[in-house]
Design a protein around this ligand. Structure first.
Ligand code: GUN
Ligand code: FE
Length: 436
């Protein structure tokens, strides 16, 4: 057995979305799993002196440092990293045609996929993303490469083979048969590898890329294999209109996915900017989560998503960078975008309470875990969960922040969220293994 113990302050949220701050804890980790959390370990120093020789890894945090759960990026496109910062003069559908699809087509070249995905996984880990939910590629070989990179580099990940069977002039699409066979093959290949950190996720791109037959078949696979599902929903007004034209007999965008059987409590839908009340009722009923992607929604001028409304309707909310809709793969940046969008909404509405830094901290950690239905394993550092954690250091080398005075832990959390960056994340752990 490999035992570790981490001594220091801990900041996280709980199931009630409350901020929990502990000045001093000892977290005991056996084979990556948290087996015991002791508060105020100094009171028990004598016992430790005798015992701690048997532990393999002891980490004592210094002043200005604290532990927190790792970030969960619940929606990002690994293939789109080469386009970071490009094309925001367009709206969603034009942007997809002009920038995104031509780039994504290049991943039939596995050397290109190797190069990009190595960088994607290394860079997101550096930013503190311990779990990433990826749209991988249309091409199954490229998907396998992303799965291999996350496994090698130690990131927890969902890897989605993208499904698109609506014919296109440029050939960036696939037949229904290929889509289904490749999806099953990909799931089987991950089953054989059996890495508990790297899971497949069924990924119909959106209702404009897949017909009902394919979506139904994918829903069937998700059910038989008991795997997650991800897609996009209600992101942009032109997109929503096109979906209504493509599925005239169905009452809403959400109803299309529901008719296919794609909505479960292991389904995550990105954006959800313009969801109608009837759609919220379906999502609530199915236990399906919405992944908020505020940077992408503003870059592509998709809209301002009202997260308070989704929350009030009992919808689970995660947070996603949606690279390259976002120009940054940093969850800290994404958290700031949430706050900016929420503040903007509060300026245009009466009696609107904007989200707080505590809310976004929850969304980026336990909220994401709940959205992905992995909160039995990650999202905060509780007994029985796995140790997916960051060590944040407000005195880190190269930090953008100085410490001219004393700060409380809660102040340091605020400073980290609003003004810190990856240089303040000095260590990253996934299931107890240090990956940064
Ligand atoms: N809808 C369908 N595909 C995409 C994509 O790649 N990015 C975003 N933001 N929305 C989409
Ligand atoms: Fe997306």
């Amino acid at each position: 057995m490999f035992r570790q113990v981490f001594f220091g302050p801990l900041i996280q949220t709980n199931d009630k979305e409350e901020l929990i701050i502990k000045e001093s804890v000892a977290i005991f980790v056996d084979n990556g799993k948290i087996t015991w959390i002791l508060e105020n370990p100094k009171d028990h120093e004598k016992e430790f002196q005798i015992e701690w020789r048997i532990w393999d890894g002891i980490k004592v945090l210094s002043r200005g440092q604290f532990m927190m759960p790792g970030f969960i990026d619940a929606h990002t496109h690994a293939v789109q990293f080469p386009n970071l910062g490009l094309g925001y003069n367009k709206g969603l559908l034009d942007w997809l045609e002009t920038y995104t699809f031509p780039l994504e087509k290049k991943y039939s070249d596995t050397d290109f996929a190797e190069r990009v995905f190595e960088a994607v996984v290394k860079r997101t880990i550096k930013m503190g993303t311990t779990t990433a939910c990826y749209f991988a590629s249309l091409y199954v070989d490229a998907c396998a490469i992303l799965a291999k990179k996350t496994a090698e580099l130690g990131q927890r990940a969902f890897i989605g083979k993208v499904n698109m069977n609506i014919p296109r002039d440029d050939g960036y699409c696939e037949s229904t048969l290929t889509s289904v066979v490749d999806t099953i093959d990909f799931i089987k290949s991950l089953e054989i590898i059996g890495n508990p950190l790297v899971k497949p996720i069924i990924t119909p791109r959106f209702a404009l890329s897949c017909d009902m037959e394919l979506m139904q078949k994918l829903a069937e696979i998700a059910k038989t294999k008991d795997v997650h599902v991800q897609s996009h929903v209600s992101e942009n007004k032109d997109e929503i209109m096109a979906v209504k034209q493509a599925f005239p007999h169905l009452p809403s965008y959400t109803a299309v996915y529901d008719a296919a059987g794609l909505l479960t409590n292991k389904t995550v839908l990105a954006h959800g900017v313009y969801l109608e009340d009837s759609e919220l009722a379906i999502l609530k009923e199915r236990g399906t989560a919405v992944i908020h992607c505020p940077s992408s929604n503003t870059n592509l001028k998709s809209g301002l998503c009202d997260v308070q409304r989704l929350k009030a309707n009992g919808i689970k909310i995660g947070l996603g960078t949606d690279v390259s809709g976002a120009a940054s793969y940093s969850m800290l940046n994404e958290m700031r975008s949430v706050l900016q969008v929420s503040n903007c909404l509060s300026l245009t509405r009466d009696n609107y309470t904007p989200l707080s830094y505590k809310d976004v901290f929850h969304m980026a950690t336990l909220g994401g875990a709940k959205a992905l239905a992995i909160d039995d394993k990650v999202g905060n550092l509780m007994m029985g969960k796995e140790f997916d954690a960051l060590i944040v250091d407000m005195n880190a080398e190269g930090s953008l922040l100085d410490n001219f005075k004393e700060y409380t832990l809660e102040e340091n959390l605020q400073r980290f969220i609003y003004a810190g960056d990856e240089r303040n994340i000095i260590s990253v752990y996934v299931k107890g293994k240090q990956v940064k």
